[in-house]
Ligand binder design. Structure first.
Ligand code: NI
Length: 210
């Protein structure tokens, strides 16, 4: 082989090596964002956890009572002028719609309403309020500490609105529906801007038959 051919072969090999290393570097750089996403979705999966509260019939209820079925959970308060009643209405309608298309799946879901305002939302008030929504809805209250613990587990933000010092105060709170699986683990969440049909359609694919 003439010397110039050997030189060319070495050069081509060299270029190939550089391209390969460059490609590997780019691949590693591109991988970084997806690793970030993995961390994010792992964080999301940590939503949920133990709670000990009291239902609208005065019965003590814990997260363990709901294992084996799905929970669709919403945190809010009964004095909420608009967002909570609207959201709980949407949650009820979504399960109603699923019941029409797939009653067995709808039966697996317990709608759960947890107050962030235990100071006013006692057992009796929760009972009266839950009656406005889907039958079978479990409305939970408790001590301030119990409620704070449950809200923390679900990464729910709430606080008394600053401008209210009378008994007519409002609460700021996050407005999210959490679908929790039969193993007690987070499945998916919906926001209050999702309509009933969107949620019903998602539930139909997410809920596994028994
Ligand atoms: Ni509200």
């Amino acid at each position: 082989m003439p010397q110039s051919s050997i030189a060319r072969a070495i050069m081509i090999f060299g270029i190939g090596l550089i391209l390969m290393l460059g490609g590997a570097a780019v691949w590693m750089l591109l991988r970084t964002p997806s690793q970030t996403n993995e961390v994010k979705s792992t964080g999301e999966a940590l939503i949920g956890g133990p709670f000990e509260l009291v239902d609208q019939f005065g019965q003590a209820r814990s997260d363990a009572d709901f294992l084996g079925g799905y929970m669709l959970i919403y945190f809010g308060y009964t004095y909420c002028p608009d967002v909570c009643p609207t959201s709980l209405g949407i949650m009820s309608q979504a399960i109603d719609q699923l019941e029409e298309s797939d009653p067995a799946k709808a039966k697996r879901i317990t709608p759960v309403f947890i107050t962030v305002d235990p100071e006013r939302d006692d057992v009796e008030i929760m009972k009266g309020y839950a009656e406005h929504f889907r039958p079978g809805m479990i409305a939970l209250t408790g001590t301030s500490e119990q409620v704070a613990k449950a809200a923390k587990a679900y990464r729910v933000y709430f606080r008394k609105a600053e401008d209210a010092n009378s008994s007519e105060y409002l609460m700021d709170h996050s407005s999210i529906f959490y679908l929790m699986g039969p193993d007690g683990k987070y499945v998916k969440h919906f926001t209050h801007s999702d309509d009933a049909t969107t949620i019903a359609t998602a539930l139909a694919t997410l809920i596994q038959p028994e």
